[in-house]
Ligand binder design. Structure first.
Ligand SMILES: NC(=O)c1ccc[n+]([C@@H]2O[C@H](COP(=O)([O-])OP(=O)(O)OC[C@H]3O[C@@H](n4cnc5c(N)ncnc54)[C@H](O)[C@@H]3O)[C@@H](O)[C@H]2O)c1
Length: 350
């Protein structure tokens, strides 16, 4: 098996998990690391024996031996390195969400089409056995036609600090941070229907004004929160289906429910994965036995899938075109909240 040589751009928090995952698998070698904060890149290089250190990602992209890059910068620094890397002939694995704005995500997807290089978005949840099983169940036809869904990603008291809380680095809050996991899961199970309209609200009333950190709060400073900590709305799809989307980093509530699907033959909840059917003359709640994997295993799987696709000339395991749908919905929710009305949305074509 040929070793795929990659460069890592961004040596912050999540890069540490990619570094550990890549070290633990065969067939991928990190030959360069870049961070605008030199000490971060140097620390990663020293810890993982990476020979080249850069503070400008363009120097990393100039290395011929690098075939692909793993981009683990904060959201607002996803677009430039992704587009430049694709144009430099490198394949790209970029952390979720693909981007903070639809404009950035569109430019990134367009670059992937134009260069014919792999652009994969690191959505680790795609590699969880429970997600794989949910998709398999939907694909088997066991649910019949899904006509309604609820997509939920909520924390009661989990506003992150650091680069996540700021507009200039994250660009967007919970709607894309944890919201993208449930949106992607919902669209994956539903077979990626095209959204046509979104109506919703998004705000940070609790995180900036009505709440103070309490016991158990994360590393959050109300004065520094400049992105939304709550978002909710509904999404209409071209094929007539509807999805309600709810996401929060903070709320005065224990739960807003779970991601669920109503189908003509059965319903399904994602967590814990349960299928609701009427069969054998009874109502049945079926709970498949599914192992729970540690996060690091999901990171290993996504990096291996990326390297395999490169080696074997396969399409992107998690294509930008699929992730673009999440950006269309996220942007629609933010725009609808600002306009205080439903907005029409459309999926860019290439
Ligand atoms: N998959 C997951 O489980 C998961 C978990 C956390 C974060 N993330 C995603 O990973 C991304 C990064 O999150 P994080 O927590 O590691 O953030 P972070 O702020 O800890 O790290 C980002 C790093 O990127 C560097 N950087 C920024 N712009 C750069 C540039 N132009 N060139 C080189 N380096 C640059 C910063 O200096 C910083 O060290 C975000 O998009 C986030 O949504 C994913």
């Amino acid at each position: 098996m040929r070793t795929v040589k990659i460069g890592l751009i961004g040596a912050g928090g999540i890069a540490q998990v990619h570094l550990r995952a890549i070290k633990a698998v065969k067939g991928i070698e990190i030959v360069a690391v870049c961070d605008v904060m030199r000490e971060r890149a140097e620390k990663a290089a020293a810890e993982y024996g990476i020979p080249h250190v850069f503070t400008d990602y363009k120097d990393l992209l100039a290395m011929d031996e690098i075939e692909a890059v793993n981009i683990t910068t904060f959201n607002q620094a996803h677009r430039a390195p992704t587009v430049d890397a694709l144009q430099a002939g490198k394949h790209v694995l970029v952390e979720k969400p693909m981007a903070a704005t639809l404009e950035d995500a569109t430019a990134m997807t367009a670059a992937a089409h134009k260069t014919d290089k792999i652009l994969m978005v690191a959505l680790k949840t795609r590699y969880s056995p429970h997600m794989i099983t949910a998709r398999r169940i939907a694909e088997s036809g066991a649910l019949g036609d899904i006509y309604y869904a609820e997509s939920v990603a909520c924390r009661r008291n989990g506003i992150p600090g650091g680069s996540f809380a700021k507009k200039e680095t994250a660009g967007i809050g919970t709607v894309a941070d944890i919201g993208v996991y449930s949106l992607d899961a919902s669209l994956y199970v539903m077979g990626h229907p095209k959204p046509i309209a979104v109506s919703g609200i998004a705000n940070n009333l609790l995180g900036t004004k009505y709440c103070e950190p309490v016991l158990g709060s994360w590393n959050w400073n109300p004065k520094e929160l400049t992105v939304e900590d709550f978002g909710a709305g509904s999404v209409r799809f071209e094929d007539g289906r509807l999805m309600v989307f709810k996401t929060s980093w903070i709320m005065h509530m224990d739960s807003l429910g779970e991601t669920l699907f109503l189908g003509t033959k059965a319903g399904m909840k994602l967590n814990p994965l349960t299928i609701f059917t009427n069969q054998w003359g009874t109502m049945n709640d079926i709970k498949p036995h599914i192992p729970v994997l540690e996060d690091i295993e999901l990171f290993k799987s996504e990096n291996l899938a990326f390297a395999d696709a490169i080696r074997e000339g396969k399409p992107s395991p998690i294509p930008a075109d699929q992730m673009l749908l999440t950006n269309v919905i996220i942007q629609g929710l933010i725009d609808s909240a600002a306009a205080n009305r439903e907005v029409a949305v459309s999926v860019p074509e290439f």
